[in-house]
Design a protein around this ligand. Structure first.
Ligand SMILES: C[S@@+](CC[C@H](N)C(=O)[O-])C[C@H]1O[C@@H](n2cnc3c(N)ncnc32)[C@H](O)[C@@H]1O
Length: 509
């Protein structure tokens, strides 16, 4: 497959792998974070490369929709972040992040990325490589402006690209709700109980000889054939039935050419999304700046926010209530705010100080029922909560041992991912992490057996094995991770135990 080449490409392709796993440290909880729906609402401050890697053991394959609005590389210095990377550096910045994002995406998930012409065409080729060309769904053109900038050099740019890819082509999109404007096209009514209808073309392009026959106007006796190269959309029999049931329109006086009566009651319950989103459909930059001004009266408004309506449309098409949404270039928090108001779970990552100065206050306002943006449209009344986290130490110290800050559930998630390839099914309160292909996986770490003496309970001895068998027995093979093993090979074999050593056998590096 043809690929894009740039300086340091080879190195860029290895960064995701080489990035160390870090610990995610809770800083504060806001609102009511206890409900099942809100347990995953996380705002993380830090570089998204580290944060995405840190999320992997817990969320690999679990995210239904990723939206990112990365810096477009416009060579500007915005108030809250710089948007000026050398072209190759920008590609090297995006590559490992897209790689990690793909790993986090669910098998039936989708990723949506806004970009403009500065890097858009390069990003398309890069995403083809990371996500696979066959998984490309659409390049939606979003009309972000509605008035020409008279000071623009050359052309006044009116649109952003919105690239949509699936993880594996399994994505099922929702239809968009029908608007009043669309329904108002159905302006005729025969008052026969069939409800409003509009006229539509009776012929189609996909030609079939069987569907190419004359249609007779019953009032005039005149024959009508489909236009050259086209045929009627249905068979002779079905057309006769339509005619008998007053389903064909021959003009006001009944003397004209046939047209189909398309009844509102029989059209799909929604509209297939198109690749052309006007500022009326999905908001525009002026709208988002106004939203930002209202939200951040005491802080500086954010310079490059997206309108809430754009995110609403994306999340409406790509997700259902309770699905998990991720934005790793969170900016002022639009994705998280909209996801929250739409009853989705969310994870947002932002490295700038505006994670604290903008995202936290904005999301607190959402929790308490803020009424800007899409709130009236979704009847948002407030509720829920979120957890603010920062990136902690790497899992492993420079000497290769596990960092003292690492707790049982964090290491357990790594061990579980390493053995099963799946995200954590914790939290755990016992050494048994779960079953995988008939084998029970145990972790002895951090005094999980309740023995607080240094290394006790973390070393596999006869007593510890007996304790495991009492607490979480398993008849078949066992895989036990621990800091040391005092049992000989014969004893391990007799008990059906394979022992793995912490930290040497943990591959979280
Ligand atoms: C275009 S803005 C996103 C705006 C956002 N969609 C909104 O509605 O407010 C891009 C954001 O990505 C952040 N960012 C850039 N590089 C990052 C990185 N490596 N890790 C985390 N955030 C990053 C910037 O600080 C900036 O806030």
């Amino acid at each position: 497959m043809p690929t894009l080449d740039w300086l340091n490409r080879t190195e860029a392709l290895t960064i995701a792998d080489k990035t160390p796993y870090r610990v995610l440290e809770p800083v504060a909880d806001y609102g009511d974070n206890s409900g099942e729906n809100h347990a995953d609402n996380l705002l993380i401050q830090g570089d998204n490369l580290d944060a995405l890697k840190a999320l992997l053991p817990f969320y690999r394959g679990r995210v239904k929709c990723i939206f990112i609005d990365p810096p477009y590389n416009t060579k500007s210095a915005f108030e809250h972040y710089d948007d000026n990377l050398e072209h190759s550096q920008w590609l090297s910045m995006m590559t490992p992040r897209l790689t990690l994002l793909r790993e986090l995406l669910a098998e039936d998930g989708s990723i949506w990325v806004t970009i403009d012409d500065n890097e858009g065409h390069y990003l398309k080729v890069l995403m083809d490589e990371v996500f696979g060309r066959r998984n490309f769904v659409a390049n939606v053109v979003w009309q972000k402006k509605y008035a020409v900038a008279s000071d623009a050099k050359g052309f006044s740019d009116f649109h952003d690209h919105l690239f949509v890819y699936t993880k594996n082509g399994l994505f099922e999109r929702n239809l968009l709700p029908r608007s009043d404007k669309q329904d108002s096209l159905y302006k005729h009514d025969d008052n026969d109980g069939n409800g409003p209808w509009r006229t539509d073309n009776l012929s189609v392009k996909t030609y079939s000889e069987n569907y190419d026959y004359p249609l007779v106007n019953p009032k005039t006796g005149k024959e009508y054939w489909p236009p050259k190269g086209r045929c009627w959309y249905t068979s002779r029999d079905k057309m006769a039935l339509l005619l008998a049931n007053n389903g064909i329109y021959f003009g006001k006086d009944g003397l004209g050419a046939p047209q189909l009566k398309r009844y509102l009651a029989r059209v799909q319950s929604g509209v297939v999304p198109s690749t052309w989103w006007t500022h009326e459909d999905a908001g525009h930059n002026d709208e988002s700046r106004k939203e930002s001004k209202v939200l951040f009266t005491t802080e500086d408004p954010f310079s490059t926010p997206k309108p809430e309506r754009l995110l609403q449309r994306i999340l409406y098409i790509a997700t259902n209530p309770n699905d998990l949404i991720l934005d790793s270039f969170l900016g002022s928090g639009t994705t998280a705010a909209v996801a929250h108001k739409m009853g989705r779970r969310w994870i947002g990552i932002e490295m700038g100080e505006h994670a604290v100065t903008h995202c936290i206050p904005r999301l607190q306002k959402v929790v308490t029922g803020e009424q800007g943006g899409i709130s009236p449209a979704v009847n948002w009344q407030g509720g829920g909560g979120f957890r603010f986290m920062r990136l902690g130490e790497p899992m492993f110290t420079a000497e290769g041992s596990i960092h003292p800050a690492v707790r049982f559930n964090t290491l357990a998630s790594f061990v579980w991912m390493q053995e099963t390839g799946r995200a954590s099914s914790g939290p755990w309160t016992v050494p048994l992490l779960g079953m995988h292909e008939g084998c029970a996986i145990y972790l002895l770490f951090n005094g999980i057996l309740g023995d607080k003496r240094p290394a006790s309970g973390n070393v596999l001895t006869n007593e510890v094995l007996a304790a495991i068998d009492r607490l979480c027995p398993h008849e078949g093979p066992k895989l036990i991770y621990g800091e040391a093993c005092r049992l000989g090979a014969a004893r391990l074999a007799a008990a059906g135990v394979t022992f793995k050593h912490i930290p040497y056998d943990v591959k979280a590096r």
